[in-house]
Write a protein that binds this ligand. Sequence first.
Ligand SMILES: Nc1nc2c(c(=O)[nH]1)N[C@H]1C(S)=C(S)[C@@H](COP(=O)(O)O)O[C@H]1N2
Ligand SMILES: [Mo]
Length: 383
Amino acid sequence: MSPEDKTRRNVLKGSMLAAGAAAAPSFVLPALAQGERLVPFTDVPDSFQVRPVQPDTTHWQDTREISEFVTDNDDFYLVQHYGQPEIDNDTWRLRVTGMVDNELEFSLSDLMNRQTTERQIGFECGGNSQRLFHGLIGNADWRGVSLADILRQAGIQEGAKEIVFFGADLATEEIRGREVEKAFARSLSVTDAMREENMLAFEMNGEPLPHYHGKPVRLLVPGWYGVANVKWLTQIHVQSTRYMGRFMGRDYVTLKKENVGGVDRWVENSVTTMNLKSSIIRVTELGGRYSIQGFVLNDGTPLRSVEVKIDDGPWLTAEMNPDNTQYSWKLFSLDWPNPTAGEHTLVSRVTDINGNVQATQEELPEKVSYWEDFGQFTRTITI
Ligand SMILES: Nc1nc2c(c(=O)[nH]1)N[C@H]1C(S)=C(S)[C@@H](COP(=O)(O)O)O[C@H]1N2
Ligand SMILES: [Mo]
């Protein structure tokens, strides 16, 4: 879709909303109502651009333009490391192999004929960052089947530890001077894989899973960074050893300083559950009324509060969008009456019910890799 199309569509969304009702609730992030405008952030450089969706490339959102609780399939960010493989839904099969009592094979209709569940799941790439204004993000309604049911049907054998999920996308990687063909793959421990929330999804927002999002079936691990959600899934393999692939052991690996039993050590971890994070994404103005809006992502732990600080003022409690669900993204907004003209700083922080507070940038552990960028994000804006 060209940027022009996208703009036109947003205009359409806006005018539909304005025609529909003046009573659009302020806590949803609605498309801009008539007369409403986005207040420009001064931290977004002119060079920041959202490219249209193109084959095999990464796509991110302009988070200032998030206008729906559920992200359109075409707007939902895209990341794929080995390109986007062509798959024929009719000949596609999913196999379950390895340490199981019954090896299984499913066609797409086999899966669609099982009991299905629907779940809202929002996630971001583990490499999402302030540099992209957190645009590697999306929130959708997914339908699919329970992963745990399939694993129970296969019968995981004693001694099994890890479950590997292979995609159909392959690439030749040079590893220690040798060229080898590898598939994209990620693994979960048996315990993590058996969580009842995990699903094998074949529908996104009521449509068959789109090609770019991993058709016909992808894994979804609610509460985890996007890399766990293996697209173009073809094989689930149960084994007794750790799976050591690029996306478990070399990439999506955070290197940070941690206290290990009294000793400061540089520690590497594969990215897993999403850290507690909020970010302000847009400020709108309508007839002199200002509203500050943003999102939260985390591992699904219920939240206690989201607060916003304007300049050096107190932390103010934001209003949560009533559409939020446990694994969706969580949108919030705060009315900002009568801001003074000039430059302002805005920052948000989220606290969960266990009292964990989103860290400031300074409180984050010393970190080398850019994975897991979840510190408080200070924005600047001119009124
Ligand atoms: N088969 C396969 N699955 C994959 C990937 C990939 O490269 N190949 N990328 C992962 C990463 S890093 C992310 S962030 C999410 C992105 O999912 P989306 O493109 O549908 O937003 O897919 C994950 N699943
Ligand atoms: Mo990612």
